[in-house]
Design a protein around this ligand. Structure first.
Ligand SMILES: NC(=O)C1=CN([C@@H]2O[C@H](COP(=O)(O)OP(=O)(O)OC[C@H]3O[C@@H](n4cnc5c(N)ncnc54)[C@H](OP(=O)(O)O)[C@@H]3O)[C@@H](O)[C@H]2O)C=CC1
Ligand SMILES: O=C1O[C@H](COP(=O)(O)O)[C@@H](O)[C@H](O)[C@H]1O
Length: 280
């Protein structure tokens, strides 16, 4: 991960595709706001939404309010400032010319402060059915030529092996592996983040969480109720096993069963996880 220096004079644009949906409202924007509030975003970062729906910053801000963590004594001024960084762009996912308009909107902001290098992050908060057309159009029409580009895709990536291979091929035709982030937001949960400390640094737990003391493990995924109609329709179509088991639950299983990685790096973590899957 590239560290973001808050005093950096380079331009940063973050584009959230599908910002009208639940993922963007419940997860992505609250996370962006948290980064902004804690001064962990580089100064001058601009956020763009790209949707078919005619979003406007003012109304979007109201829709999203229930999901934002706000301290009314501390945050109001900063929260207003946060929303001045948000720009809504309307477009169709299959129309290259609409991506050109998005790029113009980004360039307009990026060049305002004479920043010479533009870095861009594209977050796909979209259903898989549009991934291919969005990644292709983004790579052709929106990539920065002066700075770096990153693309973030949220699970589910595909339905099965065949559709995963197609997804992988089309993504890798557009971006290098180092530019691609496949996201599993469940792993950012506090309990998961603390899990390694519990297993490897806490003697009481570390000494007992092993085959000599544990006969069986049950992993449960609990869902917040009520499930929205949109979500329920999606689960019915896609299948709940595909939606949470092939990613969230498998990742949790790997974290439970794997040996301690050699070092705290992505590569070492991946190597240890793979050993577990290779044994299954
Ligand atoms: N909601 C959640 O908590 C989580 C969701 N996910 C996954 O992330 C992705 C996005 O989630 P979520 O926001 O809930 O999904 P939505 O179904 O709400 O879709 C997000 C946005 O994508 C656009 N969209 C929806 N369907 C289509 C379509 N058929 N063709 C083109 N555009 C479409 C719509 O935006 P517009 O029409 O305005 O362009 C919509 O608001 C999904 O794959 C989901 O499974 C992953 C983890 C958690
Ligand atoms: O990916 C998914 O995960 C969420 C669970 O995440 P949470 O952080 O909101 O608990 C689940 O609700 C969603 O439907 C599923 O697709």
């Amino acid at each position: 991960m590239i560290s973001m220096d808050p005093n950096n004079e380079e331009a940063y644009s973050i584009v959230v595709f599908g910002a009208s949906g639940g993922l963007a409202k419940k997860k992505v924007f609250p996370a962006l706001w948290a980064l902004f509030r804690e001064n962990r975003m580089p100064q001058g970062t601009k956020i763009f939404t790209f949707t078919r729906s005619p979003l406007q910053t003012k109304t979007y801000r109201l829709q999203i309010l229930p999901y934002m963590e706000l301290d009314k004594h501390r945050d109001p001024t900063k929260y207003n400032l946060f929303w001045t960084t948000v720009h809504c762009v309307q477009g169709e996912y299959d129309k290259p010319e609409h991506y050109v308009a998005l790029t113009e909107a980004m360039v307009h902001q990026e060049t305002k402060h004479n920043q010479v290098r533009a870095n861009r992050i594209f977050y796909l908060a979209l259903p898989p059915i549009v991934f291919d057309q969005v990644t292709l159009n983004v790579s052709r029409k929106c990539s920065s030529t002066t700075g770096w580009n990153r693309i973030i895709v949220e699970k589910p990536f595909a339905r099965d092996d065949i559709s995963y291979k197609a997804f992988q091929t089309s993504l890798c035709n557009c971006f290098r592996e180092s530019q691609i982030y496949l996201m599993d937001h469940l792993l950012s949960r506090q309990v998961m983040q603390n899990f390694f400390a519990l297993r490897y640094s806490n003697h009481l737990w570390g000494e007992t969480l092993n085959h000599r003391h544990v006969a069986a493990v049950m992993i449960s995924v609990k869902c917040e109720l009520p499930v929205s109609v949109n979500r329920a329709n999606y689960f019915n179509q896609f299948g709940i096993i595909r939606d949470v088991m092939t990613n969230h639950m498998i990742q949790v299983l790997a974290m439970l069963a794997m040996d301690q990685p050699y070092a705290n790096t992505a590569d070492d973590l991946r190597a240890e996880r793979l050993k577990i899957f290779a044994r299954c």
